[in-house]
Design a binder for this molecule. Structure first.
Ligand SMILES: [Zn+2]
Length: 333
């Protein structure tokens, strides 16, 4: 069965007891993040919070109101991962409603360095860009481009959810499923009774989730992601409620397609190194899927994705690297 896309309006019932609101991400090609309100006793628990802008907060408030849900009914927010489109409004929701905030500890542990110590993050980004072979003229602007994303109110989680833990909910079982790859602490949430998987950015129906290296990544994020994809098959064929686009069915087909996509890219990256590309920058600038377009942070994310594939080819003993500034990639045999 091919992955089936089920269209919903901007605020609607996604499944019994689950209200969904499309919260806008201003000036971003993704357009919106899907925030889910799961009924819990006399209130709701949100899955993800939305982008940390005033316009996004108002859209969330209106979308919840359309479902008869006041902000005072929000008891908690489970953040699937620490990217600003999912985590951005968690701080404001916490301040305005007193709700708890839950995350996986692996992402919770990255908040301080990423969002509070930005100068240190810039320094690490610059060092990584040099290692990846970015020309000197590009390094400063590209490192700086990440800072514009981090404009939200920063909050530390009150609740840490490990793999297998239950979300504090009344009247429903929602189990944390650790799915590292997109981020080290990415969480999906599984409801075994309703047959629902909230998938965050781990599985999207049409977009390929970005699996890129970050200075805060695990050493081989693509290895993590491919393992997490395989692990997701244990949950059968649930209704998948993703963080972007729309709900869908056809999990196993989507997992197969995403796995095949990355295997193709691995082959392609290896072929480019065989053909003479020496650095991540050169790889990124010689493949069509990674040709940097759009704003700087999109270009940086294309480079990060090429770099993640190079690292995974090293793990598989197909490539090796030498040197540091920049790192030079060669075929392993
Ligand atoms: Zn996202």
């Amino acid at each position: 069965m091919p992955a089936k896309w089920l269209e919903l309006p901007y605020a609607a019932e996604a499944s019994p007891g689950v209200w969904v609101v499309a919260v806008p991400i201003p000036d971003n090609p993704l357009r919106y993040v899907l925030v889910y309100a799961v009924a819990s006793g006399d209130g709701v628990v949100l899955v993800d919070a939305g982008w940390g802008a005033a316009v996004s907060f108002e859209a969330l408030r209106e979308g919840l109101t359309a479902g008869g849900i006041g902000l005072d009914a929000v008891r908690g927010v489970v953040v699937t991962h620490l990217h600003p489109d999912h985590y951005g409004l968690a701080g404001r929701l916490h301040e305005e409603t007193g709700c708890w905030v839950a995350m996986h500890p692996a992402d919770a542990g990255l908040i301080d360095a990423r969002y509070r110590r930005r100068e240190e993050m810039r320094r690490l980004n610059r060092a990584w860009l040099v290692a990846a072979g970015a020309p000197a003229a590009e390094v400063e602007d590209t490192a700086e481009s990440m800072a514009v994303l981090a404009t939200m109110s920063v909050v530390d989680p009150d609740v840490l959810l490990e793999h297998g833990d239950n979300v504090p909910l009344t009247g429903r079982t929602l189990r944390a499923v650790h799915t590292p790859g997109h981020t080290p602490g990415h969480l999906c949430l599984y409801d075994p009774d309703a047959g629902i998987l909230f998938s965050g950015d781990h599985l999207l129906p049409r977009i390929t989730p970005n699996i890129g290296y970050h200075t805060q990544s695990d050493p081989d994020p693509l290895a993590d992601y491919l393992a997490s994809l395989r692990a997701t098959l244990d949950y059968g064929e649930p209704l998948v409620l993703p963080g972007h686009e729309n709900r869908f069915r056809g999990l196993a087909d989507r997992v197969a397609a995403l796995t095949a996509h990355h295997e193709e890219r691995l082959d392609h990256v290896e072929a480019l190194v065989r053909a003479g590309a020496r650095t991540a920058w050169e790889v990124c600038h010689s493949v069509e899927w990674a040709v940097p377009r759009g704003p700087r942070y999109v270009q940086r994310s294309a480079l990060a994705e090429a770099y993640a594939h190079l690292i995974h080819l090293e793990t598989r003993n197909r490539l090796r690297r030498s040197g540091t500034a920049p790192q030079i990639w060669t075929v392993a045999t």
